[in-house]
Design a protein. Structure first.
Length: 186
């Protein structure tokens, strides 16, 4: 294993599990950076109800990671519920943003970056090693994921936790630029 140019987090083993666990960890790192220097008002800013807030995009990414790894894969309680973030943040218990109308999403109020960090770190502890420890058989298992259909867990991680998440983080980068803040280090 080599680390090209000594970039942080680069050069992990060439297995699906090692790559995916690091890529998901990087998504969590970017979530942390997306909210790091914002006020609650900036986290909730929808640019005059024209776009999702940074808080919404990051919350949606975190909830998607949590739900796919815990509930969709194994019908286990997500970290969101197990650690009662839904109550602490006064946000939906089960909904992760996918089925909200634009107005419902615009109306959500998100907590401080420090609170986001508590959820991000709880997910990092629960999810990253879990992906790294998945067997080939487990990660290659096909199951029904709504609305995608029958796909492998590998594809669910690649699409839902990495590809989809980075789309939302791109929106957060753009919203940060509109607030005069630096973007994420893609």
């Amino acid at each position: 294993m080599t680390n090209p140019g000594n970039l942080p987090g680069m050069g992990v083993d060439a297995t699906v599990q090692a790559q995916y666990s690091r890529l998901v960890e990087r998504v969590l790192d970017y979530c942390k950076l997306a909210v790091a220097d914002l006020t609650v008002e900036e986290l909730c800013d929808t640019q005059g109800r024209r776009t999702s807030s940074i808080g919404f995009d990051v919350w949606h990414v975190l909830r998607t990671v949590d739900n796919i790894i815990h509930f969709a894969f194994d019908r286990e309680q997500p970290v969101w519920l197990a650690q009662e973030f839904d109550k602490a943040w006064d946000l939906p218990r089960v909904e992760q943003g996918t089925n909200l109308t634009a107005d419902e999403a615009y109306d959500l109020v998100f907590p401080s970056p420090e609170e986001f960090n508590r959820y991000i770190e709880a997910l990092r502890e629960a999810v990253v090693p879990r992906i790294a420890d998945m067997s080939d058989e487990y990660i290659q298992t096909f199951q029904l994921f709504r609305p995608w259909g029958e796909i492998s867990r590998m594809e669910a991680i690649g699409h839902g936790l990495i590809g989809h998440a980075n789309g939302h983080l791109g929106r957060a980068t753009y919203a940060r630029a509109l607030l005069g803040k630096p973007g994420l280090p893609y």
